[in-house]
Design a protein around this ligand. Structure first.
Ligand code: F6R
Length: 318
């Protein structure tokens, strides 16, 4: 499949399954994973928090688990390849603390180790690059965490029905971002989306990109705008969700106004859909298309990840 076919079929990666876990007895949930697999944990953590889950949610993108994670925590290890050393390290550390992590993977060492330890493994289709299999991993995870059938199906339909709008927005914004370093300003309810935007632009379009989150950025980042020589090297996107705190939404308006007063026109984006899940996936999918259009403008192959592969190779030989 070429990249466009994969993206056209993205909504089909989401499917309802009856695999819900009983979350009542665990002290909290730890999501482990890196890059295209790690974003799945960031997304699920935000979504659970928004729907009112009231225990600690920890996203680990490092070799070690926090000290407070003990056998009463639910640990979920997500690695598309199953061979990511940070996630394997998290798995081993969890096992050494008496935890049996749940694993989401297409195979690799993670599957092997998990089966040996008698852990639950949820397998997803092979043959993709991890970041293009986000839907399979996220769908599995949301089902494990108890997404409602209507909620998931509505979010999937929302993507299908809005596909041409998503593509048009992505095309327009790719032209805006071309030849600039993209800067994404997000809100607490869209920070996981901004993380995905950054990753997709980095990996698919071979472009540096950065994101920062309101309200914190109003206490530092904004001063960088004072420098006209440097601020003109960036192109700005502001994204938010309709359910963000009302003071955060006011801050979005102020951010836009100040940038416009400085002669900078930011792209403003709000997710569309009936639920937080639907709106998040809508915004997230814009980045998938945008990053591929941007790759096309620069003449890059979106699948090429030579530098990431080199780092993994050097580490495995060390
Ligand atoms: C490659 C990609 C990377 C990987 C990351 C972790 O497509 O998106 O960000 O996701 O290097 O590898 P996995 O996902 O196999 O654990």
């Amino acid at each position: 499949m070429d990249v466009y076919e994969i993206l056209e079929k993205f909504p089909e990666q989401f499917n309802y399954e009856e695999i819900k876990k009983d979350l009542s007895s665990c002290k909290g949930i730890v999501f482990c994973g890196m890059g295209g697999s790690g974003i799945v944990g960031s997304f699920a953590s935000r979504w659970l928090e928004h729907r009112g889950y009231d225990k600690p949610l920890v996203v680990v993108k490092d070799y070690t688990l926090p000290k407070f994670v003990d056998k009463d925590f639910l640990v979920i290890c997500i690695s598309y390849s199953g061979n990511t050393e940070e996630t394997l390290s998290n798995f081993q550390e969890a096992v050494s603390r008496g935890i049996k992590p749940i694993c989401i993977t297409s195979g690799g060492k993670l599957k092997e180790l998990a089966e040996k330890e008698g852990c639950e493994v949820y397998e997803i289709p092979k043959g993709y690059q991890p970041r293009f299999a986000l839907g399979f991993m996220l769908s599995k995870l949301l089902n494990l965490l108890g997404v409602y059938q209507e909620e998931l199906e509505d979010a999937k339909e929302n993507l299908q029905e809005n596909l041409s709008k998503i593509k048009d927005t992505a095309k327009r914004l790719s032209e805006k971002l071309y030849n600039y370093v993209p800067i994404i300003y997000a809100t607490p309810l869209t920070s996981h989306i901004a993380e995905r935007w950054k990753g997709q632009i980095n990996e698919n379009a071979k472009t540096p990109a950065y994101y920062t989150v309101l309200p914190e950025m109003h206490h530092n980042e904004v001063m960088g705008w004072s420098n006209p020589l440097l601020r003109s090297k960036f192109s700005y996107i502001i994204m938010f969700d309709e359910k963000d705190h009302h003071r955060v939404k006011l801050r979005v308006d102020i951010t836009k106004k100040i940038l416009e007063d400085l002669g900078v026109v930011p792209g403003i984006l709000k997710g569309e859909g009936n639920s937080y899940l639907a709106r998040s996936l809508y915004l997230l999918h814009i980045a998938d298309w945008l990053s591929v259009y941007l790759a096309e403008l620069y003449g890059y192959n979106p699948f090429d990840i030579k530098i990431i592969d080199r780092i993994k190779r050097e580490l495995s030989n060390a």
